[in-house]
Design a protein around this ligand. Structure first.
Ligand SMILES: Cc1cc2nc3c(=O)[nH]c(=O)nc-3n(C[C@H](O)[C@H](O)[C@H](O)COP(=O)(O)OP(=O)(O)OC[C@H]3O[C@@H](n4cnc5c(N)ncnc54)[C@H](O)[C@@H]3O)c2cc1C
Length: 497
């Protein structure tokens, strides 16, 4: 692994047996796993190039167990890494050798469905798709739809502020969560928001959403439910170049149309997805847009015509609208399976996640082509074009010495370019360990210090998910007082990466 993690605290490790024993009194039965072989499934998340066995795995079932575990860890100075389903692509759930891995998988109940208020109250280990499934009978759904929705959890979604195909029109997780219960590292339990639409005071829910497990452990979530649109149709539009497709994306939005989803794939991704899913994608184009229009049937037909016209004006060479629900789902099936499809054409791939202003799409796509030549690595592009959220998949072979490092450098060049053109380092996968060391490309010291002060307000000892998001560890008291005197670094015991 090329990203350096905090050095394990030997004093904590030397007390491992006593720590495991104490945790077993809080979470009895099979809720504490301390055998190496049994901890293996937890050693990595979706960023599989990074692996680390935790000191111990704890699987609580109730908020009071979470509170007692966190209180104990706080008093004993033990680090904690929360985990949902472990699908994070940025290493957010990567364990620490001297830390407790707190798996939230047993929090898997839907506590309440309240259609009058259009909300569901769910535990954080419920999968994203399970929420929509639970309310489908009444014609409702939960809008944020990450491609990993069959597996990823609502707790992970909150921590990463996850998005998906439908977030262009219906918002990311942050726009679809109304409240939560969260346990602080001290063991105190707070409730933020609820079924109501407005909240008094600071927007703490906004702060918690996207906080990557660094502020507390979420134990209950109130999510917004939406009524399913009356009609949805998807258009498959083929272009002779990615630049032309990128131009079309900007023009559709500029025309005042907000599609239910607007996704783009380039030639390598189209080929891989078509071979895998047989979705009916054209194979003779350089770029494909899937544009979904939803709403009342008449409006959808009208919008389909308008998008068709804009696309042809931008040089589209093929344009096909779905004529049945089965066909619409088939169009999406290829896109949703694009990651595993690319996995079939390369031994390994590295999925990046950066966001740019939409109008910069043609420029960034062209620059990525040059980088691909420079690094001698292929890249397949699958992304949420409407949001400007790129997911370049860099293809490499981990068995070839040096290729992983090359892929990582390629990836960081892409992300730096995203920032240079006015975008951000991440769209929806989070910073985690993956983009941690790139944070200074986006934020100056003052920005980072201010963000750390927020972290300190929740977790003064820095025990929750340390080594993630922030490029250096800080003791909270140190913030803003980083003066070097006589060559002596203050707080020399604090690990710096
Ligand atoms: C094939 C594939 C496709 C993907 N597609 C998308 C996509 O389209 N859009 C998208 O946004 N993401 C996508 N992802 C990334 C990933 O699925 C999301 O980030 C997801 O939200 C992670 O959820 P999880 O339950 O797996 O969380 P984990 O991976 O277990 O954890 C993620 C982060 O959340 C924290 N966390 C987990 N539970 C809690 C809790 N209860 N309280 C506090 N912190 C917690 C962890 O500490 C960690 O920092 C994809 C991943 C894969 C493998």
């Amino acid at each position: 692994m090329s990203v350096k993690m905090p050095e394990p605290d030997q004093a904590v490790l030397s007390r491992r047996a006593a720590i495991v024993k104490a945790l077993r009194t809080i979470v009895p039965g099979e809720g504490v796993i301390a055998i190496e072989r049994e901890m293996k499934p937890f050693e990595s998340d979706g960023l599989t190039a990074y692996r680390q066995l935790p000191m111990v795995v704890v699987l609580p079932e109730t908020t009071s167990q979470v509170a007692a575990v966190l209180r104990y860890c706080y008093e004993e100075g033990i680090k904690v890494v929360p985990r949902g389903a472990g699908t994070s692509l940025s290493g957010g759930a990567l364990p620490l050798a001297d830390g407790v891995l707190l798996g939230m998988g047993k929090f898997n109940k839907i506590r309440e469905i309240d259609l009058d208020n259009r909300v569901a109250v769910v535990e954080p280990g419920v999968t994203n798709l399970a929420v929509s499934n639970a309310v489908a009978h009444a014609g409702f759904y939960y809008a944020p739809d990450p491609s990993s929705q069959i597996a990823c959890t609502i707790g992970g979604n909150i921590a990463e502020n996850s998005g998906g195909v439908h977030c262009l029109k219906y918002g990311m997780t942050t726009n679809n969560v109304l409240g939560c219960e969260m346990v602080l590292i001290t063991g105190e339990v707070i409730r933020v928001g609820g079924k109501h639409l407005d909240s008094a005071g600071y927007d703490l829910l906004g702060l918690i959403t996207g906080s990557e497990g660094l502020l507390g452990v979420v134990t209950e979530v109130t999510v917004r439910l939406l009524k399913k649109p009356e009609t949805a149709r998807a258009l498959l539009v083929g272009f002779p170049s990615s630049e032309a497709a990128g131009d079309c994306v900007s023009k559709v939005i500029a025309a005042g149309i907000i599609p239910g989803g607007m996704e783009m794939m380039d030639r390598p991704a189209i080929q891989a997805a078509e071979e895998f899913v047989h979705a009916g994608y054209p194979l003779d184009v350089e770029a494909l847009l899937i544009v979904e229009l939803d709403g009342p049937a008449q409006e959808v037909d009208h919008l389909i015509e308008r998008v068709d016209k804009i696309a042809r004006d931008c040089g589209a060479v093929s344009c096909k609208g779905s004529v049945s629900e089965e066909e619409r789902l088939l169009f999406w099936a290829g896109r949703k399976a694009a990651f595993p499809a690319v996995g079939r054409i390369s031994p390994d791939y590295y999925c990046m996640d950066g966001t740019i202003p939409r109008a910069k799409l043609p420029q960034v796509l062209a620059a990525m082509k040059d980088m691909s030549t420079k690094y001698g690595l292929r890249v397949a592009n699958v992304f949420h074009a409407g949001d400007g959220n790129l997911h370049p998949l860099i293809l490499y072979d981990a068995n070839v010495p040096g290729e992983l490092e090359k892929a990582e450098h390629f990836g960081s060049d892409i992300l730096k370019l995203c920032v240079e053109v006015g975008g951000v380092l991440t769209g929806e996968h989070g910073v985690g360990v993956e983009k941690r060391d790139l944070m200074p490309a986006m934020f100056n010291d003052t920005d980072l210090d201010q963000q750390l002060r927020v972290k300190c307000a929740f977790d003064a000892k820095g025990l929750l998910n340390p080594g993630k998001v922030f490029p250096q560890l800080h003791r909270c008291a140190e913030l803003g007082r980083m003066h070097i005197s006589g060559g002596q670094l203050p707080f020399p015991d604090i690990p710096r990466f």
